[in-house]
Design a protein around this ligand. Sequence first.
Ligand code: NAP
Length: 283
Amino acid sequence: MTARALDGRAVAREIYEQVAAGVATRVAQGKPRPKLVTVVVGDDPASAQYVRMKQKNAKQVGIDSEDHRLPPETITEQLLELVQRLSRDEAVSGILVQQPAPPHIDMTRVIEALDPVKDVDGFHPVNAGLVALGLPGGVKPCTPAGILELLERAGIPIEGANAVVVGRSNLVGKPTALLLLKRNATVTICHTRTRDLASHTRTADILVAAAGRANLITQDMVKPGASVVDVSTVWADGKQVGDLGPGVGEVAGWLTPNPGGVGPMTRAMLIKNTYEAEVRRRP
Ligand code: NAP
């Protein structure tokens, strides 16, 4: 492999150090510690594990955390009541409702019930709208914000670059494209109805693959020297892989390891968002 690594673990460590220093300074000034509240409905072991990792990351940097575990039979109204109470609670900086929730829960209503300032996932329509409008002041969704942070900290030029995003989900593809556009990239969004995917990906100086399809992006679909971000977490033969086929690292200039690229950045951005939510609310 000749591509340089876009090392998400190393950049995430830098972010944790910066947040930890910010928290320590605030505490020394007599300000309260930021507090992250996580909510999990049901007993999905993967969700429980994700939330444990997020709480561990919060603790590492001096952010307090609190976890609410609700039984699988919880109804939307009960979750709404909790989210509204946490939104009003002065001591709470950020609220995260782990997804997926059981299918009977109306997550649109739950997210809309969050105070947008405490929506550290950046999913509330107010925050999504601020990203779409390119306006400051909102909370950016963690995975797209993490991708931009990785590119920027590596010094990869974004302004004027051809950026191709494969995937148009509200969680990843669409906000990533909008953040790249905000940084003055020329952005193309591809999806399952795109004709001749390779003709688009080959033009990409920055290629973000977020389709969740193993081996979708083959070596011949990548422009030599391109910066390639593999967002996807797909499992093949018992190990985590992404959208990239073998040999992409021989052509790309920069490449995210997978695992170890976008995943650690997503968690770090949640912690950064929690800290910034506290600073914004109580400067
Ligand atoms: P999603 O909601 O399933 O969206 C996938 C997108 O990819 C859709 O827009 C889909 O197009 C497009 N797509 C699928 N197959 C394609 C193909 N053959 N050609 C072109 N486009 C194709 O998934 P998501 O939530 O955006 O997540 C994407 C991947 O990232 C998943 O593997 C997920 O696990 C991973 N992920 C990782 C992190 C992390 O922190 N590392 C965070 C979030 C997500 P249509 O819209 O036309 O269906």
